[in-house]
Design a protein around this ligand. Structure first.
Ligand SMILES: NC(=O)c1ccc[n+]([C@@H]2O[C@H](COP(=O)([O-])OP(=O)(O)OC[C@H]3O[C@@H](n4cnc5c(N)ncnc54)[C@H](OP(=O)(O)O)[C@@H]3O)[C@@H](O)[C@H]2O)c1
Length: 266
Protein backbone atom coordinates (compact mmCIF):
# COMPACT_ATOMS: atom_id res chain seq x y z
CA UNK A 1 0.00 0.00 0.00
CA UNK A 2 1.35 3.43 -0.90
CA UNK A 3 2.02 5.82 1.95
CA UNK A 4 -0.84 8.18 1.11
CA UNK A 5 -3.23 5.23 0.72
CA UNK A 6 -2.84 4.65 4.46
CA UNK A 7 -4.73 7.91 5.07
CA UNK A 8 -7.62 6.95 2.79
CA UNK A 9 -11.01 6.83 4.53
CA UNK A 10 -13.11 5.93 1.51
CA UNK A 11 -16.19 3.94 2.50
CA UNK A 12 -15.87 4.76 6.21
CA UNK A 13 -18.26 6.85 8.31
CA UNK A 14 -17.50 9.05 11.29
CA UNK A 15 -19.66 10.56 14.02
CA UNK A 16 -18.31 13.99 14.95
CA UNK A 17 -19.86 15.90 17.85
CA UNK A 18 -19.83 19.68 17.56
CA UNK A 19 -19.35 19.36 13.79
CA UNK A 20 -21.18 22.62 13.07
CA UNK A 21 -18.41 24.98 14.12
CA UNK A 22 -14.77 25.58 14.91
CA UNK A 23 -12.47 22.59 15.22
CA UNK A 24 -15.29 20.06 14.82
CA UNK A 25 -16.26 21.48 11.44
CA UNK A 26 -12.64 21.47 10.26
CA UNK A 27 -12.17 17.84 11.29
CA UNK A 28 -15.40 16.92 9.50
CA UNK A 29 -14.22 18.62 6.28
CA UNK A 30 -10.79 17.01 6.48
CA UNK A 31 -12.21 13.53 7.00
CA UNK A 32 -14.57 14.10 4.07
CA UNK A 33 -11.59 15.12 1.92
CA UNK A 34 -10.03 11.77 2.85
CA UNK A 35 -13.15 9.96 1.61
CA UNK A 36 -15.16 9.60 4.83
CA UNK A 37 -18.91 10.02 5.22
CA UNK A 38 -19.90 12.13 8.22
CA UNK A 39 -22.59 12.26 10.90
CA UNK A 40 -22.63 15.78 12.34
CA UNK A 41 -23.94 16.11 15.89
CA UNK A 42 -24.96 19.14 17.94
CA UNK A 43 -27.92 21.00 19.37
CA UNK A 44 -28.43 23.67 16.69
CA UNK A 45 -29.57 22.69 13.19
CA UNK A 46 -28.22 25.63 11.18
CA UNK A 47 -24.48 25.17 11.79
CA UNK A 48 -24.76 21.44 11.20
CA UNK A 49 -26.47 22.08 7.87
CA UNK A 50 -23.71 24.54 6.87
CA UNK A 51 -21.17 21.79 7.44
CA UNK A 52 -23.42 19.35 5.58
CA UNK A 53 -23.56 21.53 2.48
CA UNK A 54 -19.76 21.67 2.36
CA UNK A 55 -19.43 17.92 2.82
CA UNK A 56 -22.08 16.99 0.25
CA UNK A 57 -20.30 19.30 -2.22
CA UNK A 58 -17.28 17.02 -1.82
CA UNK A 59 -19.45 14.06 -2.85
CA UNK A 60 -19.68 12.44 0.59
CA UNK A 61 -22.75 11.32 2.45
CA UNK A 62 -23.74 13.49 5.41
CA UNK A 63 -26.30 12.97 8.15
CA UNK A 64 -27.13 15.89 10.46
CA UNK A 65 -28.29 15.00 13.96
CA UNK A 66 -29.41 18.34 15.41
CA UNK A 67 -31.31 18.51 18.69
CA UNK A 68 -28.76 16.16 20.27
CA UNK A 69 -27.48 17.33 23.63
CA UNK A 70 -24.45 15.14 24.27
CA UNK A 71 -24.84 15.59 28.03
CA UNK A 72 -28.08 13.55 27.82
CA UNK A 73 -27.37 9.82 27.46
CA UNK A 74 -30.83 8.99 26.07
CA UNK A 75 -30.37 11.56 23.29
CA UNK A 76 -26.86 10.24 22.60
CA UNK A 77 -28.10 6.63 22.38
CA UNK A 78 -30.87 7.64 19.96
CA UNK A 79 -28.39 9.59 17.81
CA UNK A 80 -25.97 6.66 17.57
CA UNK A 81 -28.80 4.26 16.73
CA UNK A 82 -29.94 6.56 13.92
CA UNK A 83 -26.38 7.05 12.66
CA UNK A 84 -25.82 3.29 12.45
CA UNK A 85 -29.20 2.75 10.78
CA UNK A 86 -28.51 5.37 8.10
CA UNK A 87 -24.76 4.91 7.55
CA UNK A 88 -24.57 1.17 8.05
CA UNK A 89 -21.20 1.12 9.75
CA UNK A 90 -19.57 3.68 12.03
CA UNK A 91 -15.81 3.24 12.21
CA UNK A 92 -14.78 6.60 13.71
CA UNK A 93 -16.12 8.63 16.63
CA UNK A 94 -14.70 12.08 17.37
CA UNK A 95 -15.76 13.40 20.78
CA UNK A 96 -15.20 17.07 20.07
CA UNK A 97 -18.20 18.92 21.59
CA UNK A 98 -17.20 20.84 24.67
CA UNK A 99 -17.83 24.00 26.61
CA UNK A 100 -15.01 26.26 27.77
CA UNK A 101 -15.46 28.85 30.43
CA UNK A 102 -18.17 27.31 32.59
CA UNK A 103 -17.85 29.07 35.94
CA UNK A 104 -14.40 30.31 34.95
CA UNK A 105 -13.09 33.10 37.15
CA UNK A 106 -15.35 32.27 40.09
CA UNK A 107 -13.62 31.26 43.28
CA UNK A 108 -14.29 27.80 44.64
CA UNK A 109 -16.93 28.95 47.18
CA UNK A 110 -18.70 30.95 44.47
CA UNK A 111 -19.18 27.97 42.17
CA UNK A 112 -22.71 26.60 42.07
CA UNK A 113 -23.75 22.97 41.64
CA UNK A 114 -25.04 24.05 38.23
CA UNK A 115 -21.59 25.42 37.21
CA UNK A 116 -20.01 22.14 38.30
CA UNK A 117 -22.50 19.91 36.46
CA UNK A 118 -22.49 21.98 33.29
CA UNK A 119 -18.66 22.07 33.03
CA UNK A 120 -18.10 18.40 33.82
CA UNK A 121 -21.06 17.04 31.86
CA UNK A 122 -20.42 18.97 28.64
CA UNK A 123 -16.70 18.16 28.51
CA UNK A 124 -16.48 14.68 30.07
CA UNK A 125 -19.86 12.94 30.36
CA UNK A 126 -20.40 13.74 26.68
CA UNK A 127 -17.33 11.74 25.58
CA UNK A 128 -18.21 8.89 27.94
CA UNK A 129 -21.83 8.67 26.73
CA UNK A 130 -20.90 8.76 23.03
CA UNK A 131 -18.11 6.19 23.46
CA UNK A 132 -20.39 3.87 25.44
CA UNK A 133 -23.14 4.18 22.85
CA UNK A 134 -20.92 3.25 19.90
CA UNK A 135 -18.46 0.73 21.35
CA UNK A 136 -20.58 -2.43 21.04
CA UNK A 137 -21.22 -1.64 17.37
CA UNK A 138 -17.47 -1.19 16.82
CA UNK A 139 -16.63 -4.46 18.59
CA UNK A 140 -19.23 -6.32 16.52
CA UNK A 141 -17.86 -4.84 13.28
CA UNK A 142 -14.21 -5.61 13.84
CA UNK A 143 -13.00 -2.41 15.48
CA UNK A 144 -12.94 1.35 15.19
CA UNK A 145 -11.20 4.56 16.24
CA UNK A 146 -12.31 6.90 18.98
CA UNK A 147 -10.71 10.34 19.14
CA UNK A 148 -11.27 12.58 22.14
CA UNK A 149 -10.54 16.29 22.27
CA UNK A 150 -8.94 17.59 25.42
CA UNK A 151 -7.09 20.89 25.98
CA UNK A 152 -3.86 22.19 27.42
CA UNK A 153 -5.99 22.68 30.52
CA UNK A 154 -6.15 18.90 30.80
CA UNK A 155 -2.46 19.08 31.76
CA UNK A 156 -2.35 22.32 33.72
CA UNK A 157 -3.93 23.30 36.97
CA UNK A 158 -6.22 26.18 36.19
CA UNK A 159 -6.46 29.02 38.66
CA UNK A 160 -10.17 29.41 39.26
CA UNK A 161 -10.79 27.30 36.15
CA UNK A 162 -11.96 24.17 37.91
CA UNK A 163 -14.47 22.31 35.75
CA UNK A 164 -12.73 22.72 32.40
CA UNK A 165 -9.35 21.60 33.72
CA UNK A 166 -10.84 18.72 35.72
CA UNK A 167 -13.05 17.47 32.87
CA UNK A 168 -10.32 17.76 30.24
CA UNK A 169 -7.93 15.86 32.52
CA UNK A 170 -10.64 13.21 32.78
CA UNK A 171 -10.85 13.04 28.99
CA UNK A 172 -7.15 12.09 28.86
CA UNK A 173 -7.79 9.30 31.37
CA UNK A 174 -10.93 8.17 29.51
CA UNK A 175 -8.73 7.84 26.43
CA UNK A 176 -6.31 5.53 28.25
CA UNK A 177 -9.09 3.45 29.81
CA UNK A 178 -10.81 2.93 26.44
CA UNK A 179 -7.51 2.15 24.70
CA UNK A 180 -6.53 -0.44 27.28
CA UNK A 181 -9.98 -2.04 27.58
CA UNK A 182 -10.60 -2.44 23.86
CA UNK A 183 -7.06 -2.97 22.52
CA UNK A 184 -7.80 -6.57 21.53
CA UNK A 185 -11.07 -5.59 19.88
CA UNK A 186 -9.11 -3.50 17.38
CA UNK A 187 -10.49 -0.27 18.80
CA UNK A 188 -7.90 2.46 19.06
CA UNK A 189 -8.57 5.45 21.25
CA UNK A 190 -6.48 8.61 21.03
CA UNK A 191 -6.76 12.18 22.19
CA UNK A 192 -5.92 15.55 20.65
CA UNK A 193 -4.92 18.47 22.87
CA UNK A 194 -5.30 21.68 20.86
CA UNK A 195 -3.51 24.82 21.92
CA UNK A 196 -5.01 28.22 21.19
CA UNK A 197 -7.29 28.23 18.12
CA UNK A 198 -9.08 31.57 18.34
CA UNK A 199 -12.55 32.18 16.98
CA UNK A 200 -11.78 35.71 15.90
CA UNK A 201 -10.53 37.18 12.60
CA UNK A 202 -9.77 40.50 14.25
CA UNK A 203 -6.07 41.17 13.45
CA UNK A 204 -5.47 43.20 16.62
CA UNK A 205 -6.93 40.49 18.87
CA UNK A 206 -4.99 37.78 17.02
CA UNK A 207 -1.74 39.74 17.28
CA UNK A 208 -2.21 40.13 21.01
CA UNK A 209 -2.82 36.40 21.46
CA UNK A 210 0.03 35.48 19.11
CA UNK A 211 2.53 37.49 21.10
CA UNK A 212 2.10 35.12 24.06
CA UNK A 213 2.61 31.97 22.01
CA UNK A 214 6.04 30.34 21.54
CA UNK A 215 5.50 30.11 17.76
CA UNK A 216 4.54 33.80 17.60
CA UNK A 217 1.15 32.84 16.22
CA UNK A 218 -2.00 31.00 17.19
CA UNK A 219 -3.39 27.90 15.52
CA UNK A 220 -5.56 28.11 12.42
CA UNK A 221 -8.69 25.98 12.63
CA UNK A 222 -7.88 23.97 9.49
CA UNK A 223 -4.59 22.80 11.02
CA UNK A 224 -6.37 20.24 13.19
CA UNK A 225 -7.75 18.45 10.09
CA UNK A 226 -4.65 16.50 9.00
CA UNK A 227 -4.08 15.23 12.53
CA UNK A 228 -7.71 14.07 12.76
CA UNK A 229 -7.32 12.21 9.44
CA UNK A 230 -4.09 10.58 10.63
CA UNK A 231 -5.73 9.37 13.87
CA UNK A 232 -8.87 8.20 12.02
CA UNK A 233 -6.95 6.18 9.46
CA UNK A 234 -4.79 3.08 9.09
CA UNK A 235 -1.75 5.40 9.07
CA UNK A 236 -1.91 5.45 12.89
CA UNK A 237 -2.91 1.83 13.50
CA UNK A 238 -0.28 1.29 16.21
CA UNK A 239 -1.09 4.52 18.06
CA UNK A 240 -3.48 4.14 20.99
CA UNK A 241 -3.99 5.59 24.46
CA UNK A 242 -1.91 8.65 23.66
CA UNK A 243 -2.66 12.34 23.71
CA UNK A 244 -1.11 14.37 20.92
CA UNK A 245 -0.54 18.06 21.44
CA UNK A 246 -1.09 20.49 18.57
CA UNK A 247 -0.17 23.76 20.22
CA UNK A 248 2.86 25.31 18.54
CA UNK A 249 4.98 24.46 21.56
CA UNK A 250 2.74 26.03 24.23
CA UNK A 251 2.95 23.18 26.72
CA UNK A 252 6.66 22.74 25.98
CA UNK A 253 7.06 26.40 26.95
CA UNK A 254 6.10 25.70 30.54
CA UNK A 255 3.25 25.12 32.89
CA UNK A 256 1.26 27.97 31.27
CA UNK A 257 1.53 29.40 27.76
CA UNK A 258 4.56 31.66 27.42
CA UNK A 259 3.83 35.13 28.71
CA UNK A 260 0.78 34.14 30.75
CA UNK A 261 1.18 34.73 34.46
CA UNK A 262 -1.07 32.38 36.45
CA UNK A 263 -2.29 35.13 38.78
CA UNK A 264 -3.53 37.15 35.81
CA UNK A 265 -5.54 34.33 34.27
CA UNK A 266 -8.68 34.45 36.40
N1 LIG B 1 -10.63 26.57 20.15
C1 LIG B 1 -9.64 26.32 21.00
O1 LIG B 1 -8.72 27.14 21.17
C2 LIG B 1 -9.60 25.05 21.81
C3 LIG B 1 -8.45 24.80 22.56
C4 LIG B 1 -8.40 23.61 23.30
C5 LIG B 1 -9.44 22.72 23.27
N2 LIG B 1 -10.56 23.00 22.53
C6 LIG B 1 -11.64 22.02 22.56
O2 LIG B 1 -11.98 21.70 21.24
C7 LIG B 1 -13.37 21.39 21.14
C8 LIG B 1 -14.02 22.27 20.08
O3 LIG B 1 -13.77 23.61 20.44
P1 LIG B 1 -14.16 24.84 19.47
O4 LIG B 1 -13.30 25.96 19.88
O5 LIG B 1 -14.20 24.40 18.07
O6 LIG B 1 -15.63 25.13 20.04
P2 LIG B 1 -16.97 25.71 19.37
O7 LIG B 1 -16.70 26.36 18.07
O8 LIG B 1 -17.62 26.47 20.46
O9 LIG B 1 -17.77 24.39 19.07
C9 LIG B 1 -18.30 23.60 20.04
C10 LIG B 1 -19.33 22.75 19.35
O10 LIG B 1 -19.82 21.78 20.28
C11 LIG B 1 -21.22 21.76 20.22
N3 LIG B 1 -21.71 21.50 21.58
C12 LIG B 1 -21.36 22.15 22.72
N4 LIG B 1 -22.06 21.66 23.77
C13 LIG B 1 -22.84 20.67 23.27
C14 LIG B 1 -23.80 19.80 23.82
N5 LIG B 1 -24.09 19.84 25.14
N6 LIG B 1 -24.43 18.91 23.03
C15 LIG B 1 -24.13 18.87 21.70
N7 LIG B 1 -23.25 19.66 21.11
C16 LIG B 1 -22.61 20.57 21.88
C17 LIG B 1 -21.66 23.12 19.72
O11 LIG B 1 -22.85 23.05 18.94
P3 LIG B 1 -24.30 23.44 19.55
O12 LIG B 1 -24.08 24.68 20.37
O13 LIG B 1 -25.16 23.64 18.36
O14 LIG B 1 -24.73 22.27 20.36
C18 LIG B 1 -20.49 23.54 18.82
O15 LIG B 1 -20.71 23.17 17.48
C19 LIG B 1 -13.93 21.57 22.55
O16 LIG B 1 -13.98 20.35 23.22
C20 LIG B 1 -12.92 22.50 23.20
O17 LIG B 1 -12.89 22.35 24.61
C21 LIG B 1 -10.68 24.14 21.81
Amino acid sequence: MGILDQFDLTGEAAIITGAGSGLGQQMALALADAGCDVVGVGRRAEPLEETGALIRAKGRRYLACPGTDVTDSAQVNAMVERAIAEMGRISVLINNAGLGGSGRGKTLPELTDEDWHSGIESNLYSAFYCSRAVVTHMVEHGGGRIINITSGWGFRGGRNNFMYAIAKGGVIQLTKALAMTYARDNIRCTCIAPGLFPHTDDPAALAQLAEKQPAGRTGEMWEIGPLAVFLSSAASDYVSGDTILIDGGAIAAGITPAGLVPVAEG
